[in-house]
Ligand binder design. Structure first.
Ligand code: ZN
Length: 216
């Protein structure tokens, strides 16, 4: 997979290449943006709406049910979701901006995967029932009482906005079982850095700070 923000594109910002740089891609563990704690958004503009549309496309393309902004290298407190995973079921599509979870109850354990950790899955224990409030792209306040799988999806995505991955919630034993897979991702990322295909952590963080200044 090619990384969207490489040095060549940044140094030669012709119009065509700038546009290409704005095409979102899903980033994989251990990209530093996955550890970014996002701040609430104060401004929604056409560019952000375009990115949200791309996030839905990427989510369906990769057979996901939720995708957080961190996962496409954006430092914004928002995620998209369709728990059916079916792009035809538009009524199930939601954008959650600045989500806040409350009224958590119960516990449930179930298998989870993540588009930033392809081919990795494990059982994760989370709250069973939640209340979530968030804004949509038009500034309307959404409120949902969720239970079961949908609650799990929302909790997984809100974790992303706090810089957490589902692997952070595993027991040492469960983590040990997938340790080899995680190491493969780490080796792959390091080789991309060494080959100049991934940008340095410093440049990633500088870019996030610029994007954050524009909308938070
Ligand atoms: Zn995820």
């Amino acid at each position: 997979m090619r990384w969207p923000y490489n040095a060549r594109v940044s140094q030669l910002p012709s119009r065509k290449e700038s546009n290409r740089a704005l095409a979102l891609q899903i980033i994989h563990y251990p990209h530093p943006t996955l550890r970014h704690v996002s701040k609430p958004i104060r401004r929604v503009d056409d560019e952000l709406r375009g990115w949200v549309a791309q996030m839905f496309d990427l989510m369906y393309e990769h057979e996901g049910v939720g995708l957080a902004a961190n996962q496409v290298d954006l430092p914004y407190r928002l995620f998209v979701s369709n728990p059916t995973g079916d792009s035809q079921q538009r009524k199930e599509e939601h954008v959650f901006i600045n989500p806040v979870i409350s009224k958590v109850k119960g516990r449930q354990t179930g298998s989870e995967g993540c588009l930033s950790l392809p081919e990795v899955s494990a059982d994760v224990t989370r709250s069973k029932q939640i209340h979530v409030e968030a804004f949509d792209l038009s500034g309307n306040l959404l409120e949902f009482d969720l239970e079961g799988f949908i609650a799990r999806v929302v909790l997984h995505e809100v974790d992303h906005l706090d810089g957490k991955l589902f692997t952070d919630r595993l027991s040492e034993t469960a983590l040990f079982e997938i340790d080899g897979l995680l190491e493969e991702f780490e080796i792959d990322y390091q080789s991309r850095l060494d080959a100049g295909e991934a940008v340095s952590d410093e440049r990633v963080l500088a870019r996030l700070a610029d994007l954050e200044a524009a909308r938070t």
